[in-house]
Design a protein around this ligand. Structure first.
Ligand code: SF4
Length: 323
């Protein structure tokens, strides 16, 4: 079970999500299992899967619980144009510091290749190697030219996450390089920093055909790699660009008007930072640059979101050149 905590003027509200099932399905947290034989058997099973190269395990709740909910998304006239409603989000996505801090035996027995590697450059390289010529979801056979892993400063304090590569990104192997990328560059510059200072990635790393919105199973399959990138980079702030990124990172099904305008405590689920002092990131949501290209009137709103981030990071906009 996971819980999403939200900060803001309206106070704290939470939504509990049920988990998806996958390869190993314990019904209670393993660290709470008192029977030592059972714990040992489960540990051996996890090691067995690790040897097969399987690192991601998801927990399935026995009985769905009712809890406080966030109002369901109504309509989001956002970059994705049409968003798949997500009534239930998998717990592996839930990115909540308070719950994620509960150390799970899975994280202990389920080491990723980069675990313990303190150099973020080397750790990101290991994640990229682990990703390989990925065929884990159907996007690998739907016309992608290449995997778009991510780009930028491996020690960035600020990270931007979009939904997936478009045609330009697919061609160049780098996220946000088309027209939307140019606008993102301008947004970053307006914050008084450079594109090279931040890290940019997407929820899915292969281009969905026709630039369609990535489907839920594709996001679920690919996003653990993003979680691992985040755990390595340890940003202070993550900006989710658009509703698809926000919903996948936060496991919240809500309208942009609900998602924007506040910080969320974010801890990547299923990925552990090598730095125990890193207590997660603040996450803010703003419009996707592609949406801003279609509706420039919303640029002012996006600027408000970025100003909130700038204030938190102590950034000041560059002075305008006279004349
Ligand atoms: S989108 Fe992600 S999971 Fe799917 S094939 Fe590409 S890299 Fe693999």
């Amino acid at each position: 079970m996971s819980e999403v905590r939200r900060e803001g003027a309206t106070g704290t509200r939470s939504r509990r999500t049920s988990a998806v099932s996958s390869r190993i399905i314990p019904t209670v947290p393993v660290h709470s299992i008192q029977n030592s034989e059972l714990r040992r058997a489960l540990a051996e099973r996890i090691r067995y899967y690790n040897e097969l190269g399987i690192y991601d395990f998801y927990r399935r709740e026995g009985v769905p619980e009712q809890a406080e909910t966030i109002e369901p998304a109504t309509e989001i006239s956002e970059s994705a144009s049409v968003l798949n409603p997500r009534d239930e989000m998998p717990a592996k996505k839930a990115a909540v510091a308070s719950k994620a801090k509960d150390e799970s035996i899975f994280e202990v027995l389920n080491p990723k290749p980069e675990q313990g590697v303190t150099d973020p450059v080397a750790a990101l390289k290991l994640i990229r190697e682990d990703l390989g010529d990925c065929t884990r979801c159907k996007l690998h056979k739907q016309g992608r030219k290449q995997i778009v892993f991510g780009v930028g400063n491996p020690r960035a304090e600020l990270m931007f996450v979009g939904e997936g590569p478009g045609a330009d990104e697919d061609a160049q192997g780098e996220p946000f390089v088309g027209r939307a990328g140019q606008l993102l560059n301008n947004m970053i510059k307006a914050m008084g920093i450079r594109r090279e200072d931040v890290y940019i990635a997407n929820v899915v790393k292969c281009r969905p055909p026709g630039n369609r919105t990535p489907e839920r199973d594709e996001c679920d399959t690919c996003s653990p790699f993003l979680m691992r990138q985040i755990a390595v980079i340890k940003p202070k702030v993550i900006v989710a660009l658009g509703a698809v990124a926000a919903k996948n990172l936060l496991a919240i099904n809500a309208a942009m008007s609900e998602l924007r305008g506040r910080f969320y405590d974010f801890m990547p689920f299923g990925a552990r930072s090598s730095d125990p002092s890193w207590q997660g990131a603040k996450l803010a949501v703003t419009y996707h640059p592609a949406f801003l290209l279609r509706d420039p009137r919303q640029k002012g709103e996006a600027w408000k979101d970025l100003q909130m981030v700038m204030k938190y990071l102590g950034l000041t906009p560059p002075l305008k050149q006279e004349g």
